[in-house]
Structures are given as C-alpha cells and as structure tokens.
Design a protein around this ligand. Structure first.
Ligand SMILES: N[C@@H](CCC(=O)N[C@@H](CS)C(=O)NCC(=O)O)C(=O)O
Length: 346
C-alpha cells in the first residue's frame, strides 16, 4: 500500500474510533434494553450480596436500583441486571462495556480516574483500611505486626496501602494473596495467615462469615482513605451525570430530613412544600429534562429506594450484622459533622 493510502486508512480508523466514543449513548441503550446493567461484588454483605432468595441487596445495589427507578419510573428498581465481578476484573469489564455502572465498594483514586479512563460519580460510603487479627495473637496495635503473614485481595487499593504502611513503618510482612474475597476470609479463618486486611466495612462484613467471630478483633488503626462510590466509563458524560445526580438526590433527601418510600407520595401532593422539595420531586421546574429523564426521576428513585440514611441503616447501620454506627462517622450528613454533602439540585 502507498504511504498516502496507509495514512488515509489510519486516519479513518482514528475518526471511526473517536466517532464511536463520542456518540456513546448509554442512556438510550439502557432504555432500549429495558434494564440497567450493574457490576457488583461476588458477595460482600451490606454492600452487594445475594439474600436468601438470591436477590442482590446492599448499599451498592441500591445505587443501581435508584438509577433504574429514575430511568424507568414505578417498579423500575427491579429493572437491573447484576454482574458479579472480582476486584481484579472489575475495571476491564466496565471499559469493555459488559455493564454500565460499577457499584462495588470501589475506591476513588487518581490513577483509576485518570489512567484507566473511569469516571467516579460521588461517594456512597467513606471508608478506610484496617486490620483484623485473632484475639489469641495477643496484638493490640498494627505496629506490632512486623513479620506477620497477611491475607489480602488482589487488584485492590488494599494491597498497595498494605505495602506502603509496612514500608513506612520499617516492618516486613508476607502477603498471602487471593482473587476472591471468600477465599481471603476462608484462608484467614483456617489460620493460613495471621492478619486479614481490607476496608474496615469489609472487615465488619467478612467477620460475620467467620466460624467464631468473637474470637477476632479489628485493630484501632485506619491506615488509608477509601472513598467508595459508583463508577462509569469515561466518555459518556450524560450517563455519568445521571448516576451522580441520582446518588445526590438520595443524599439531599436525607439532608432535608425527609423520608423516602411511601412518604414521598404524600410529600408530592403537599402544596405547602418548599420550592426546593417541589423542584426535586418534579412538581416545579424540569431537572429531569437536563438529564434526559422524566420530570419525576428523583421521585421514583426516592419512592423505590428511600433516602441515603434509610439505605445506610437498612444494609450497614447499627442494627445490621455489620453494626456500623452512622452518627459520628464520616458517613453522617455534613449538618451532623459528617462528610456527606450533596450539591444543589436546581
Ligand atoms: N475499596 C478497595 C477494596 C475493594 C475490594 O474488592 N475488597 C475486597 C475485600 S473485602 C472485596 O470486596 N471483595 C469482594 C469480592 O471479591 O467479591 C478497592 O477499591 O480496591
């Protein structure tokens, strides 16, 4: 082939591939398909885990349910297909288009955002990494773990923070690495390693799977920041906007101290509601139009899923097996001294 023809071919390939990403329209594809495709964990109680009937439940699952309700209206929360994925494969499957939201205890980091080409759409759980040990080990601080063997999930920030922490403190350790969370916890429970490390919420979740949970303790140290939230592919801003604003509608409703579920029905009919409430529910204005959705997008998300606090208490709160008290934690609303803060819906 002549050089000019090679160049022409190369240019057409470039235009074609840029063209395809420029016209990515996940919302239209989702509407045509009739359901949202959501990447979840392979089973992490409180976040994304199948219940006794095989239905996916958890705060990460609820983000996908809320997006589906915002798109499909009444009963839309059930229009979700779940794709359980390991930590290692979660990003390649998202960028390859196997699903359109990754809602799977995923930490927002610079390299995931800028290098892999992902978009992070807010935070639905602020976490940090910790260590769990058998009480019988007789250790009270992570600084006493020099020389320990540590069970860890590969493809995670956990692995990287672990290396940083031991290096920064001049300690050595022996990593015992697995791809699935259940393998990690089974190995730890059978004594193949001295320590189990992951996000503290993950430790709380996995502790429930141990044969004798009371014989283990989580050490006080929190060695990292793990802001967890839903992820989308870079290059489809309108789709990412939907995920971001749906999550923020749940947070806003919590900030306003308003209940979700059936309560939303009476609030929408209340003519004395504030302009902000009327706007969120689509009684006034058209925020939905800016997102390519119906006026009542947030109404249905709130009706089907509830507000952020309800979602939190249902899956990970003080009265669940994870027993993660919200008050006093970074997951409290900003008015209560926490970090959750939703930008204005207007
Ligand atoms: N937040 C960290 C860790 C996420 C992670 O995958 N943790 C493991 C250990 S708890 C897990 O959830 N595994 C669930 C699974 O393999 O399905 C990250 O984004 O890298």
């Amino acid at each position: 082939m002549k050089l000019s023809n090679v160049l022409r071919l190369f240019t057409s390939i470039l235009i074609l591939s840029f063209g395809t990403s420029a016209i990515a329209d996940t919302l239209s594809d989702t509407q045509a398909r009739g359901h949202v495709r959501c990447g979840v964990s392979q089973g992490l109680p409180g976040f994304s885990n199948p219940d006794a009937d095989g239905n996916w439940v958890g705060i990460d699952v609820d983000v996908c349910r809320a997006v589906a309700a915002a798109i499909f209206g009444k009963g839309g929360d059930e229009k979700v297909e779940y794709f359980p994925v390991s930590a290692k494969e979660r990003f390649t499957k998202l960028t390859a288009g196997e699903y359109d939201i990754l809602s799977r205890n995923t930490t927002w980091t610079l390299s995931r955002d800028a290098k892999i080409g992902l978009t992070f759409n807010g935070v639905n759980f602020y976490d940090g990494q910790g260590f769990m040990v058998p009480k019988a080990l007789g250790v009270t601080s992570a600084l006493e773990l020099d020389g320990a063997s540590v069970c860890v999930n590969t493809g995670t920030t956990t692995e990287l923070n672990l290396a940083d922490y031991f290096r920064a403190n001049g300690m050595s350790y022996e990593p015992v690495v697995f791809e699935k969370a259940d393998e990690v916890i089974a190995a730890y429970d059978s004594g193949r390693c001295d320590v189990h490390t992951t996000d503290k919420s993950g430790l709380a979740a996995q502790r429930t799977k141990l044969a004798q949970p009371d014989e283990h303790m989580v050490l006080g140290e929190t060695i990292s920041k793990e802001p967890l939230g839903p992820v989308t592919r870079e290059g489809d801003e309108p789709w990412s906007d939907i995920v971001f604003w749906v999550l923020n509608a749940l947070i806003t409703w919590d900030e306003l101290g308003l209940a979700g579920g059936d309560a939303v029905k009476s609030i929408v009919g209340d003519t004395s509601s504030t302009p902000e409430v009327k706007r969120i529910l689509g009684v006034e204005g058209d925020t939905g139009g800016h997102l390519g959705l119906e006026k009542d997008w947030a109404y249905w998300a709130l009706f089907e899923v509830g507000n952020y606090g309800e979602m939190y208490e249902r899956h990970v709160g003080a009265n669940t097996p994870l027993a993660l008290a919200r008050a006093g934690s970074p997951n409290a609303g900003w008015k209560d001294g926490g970090l959750l803060y939703a930008p204005p819906i207007r």
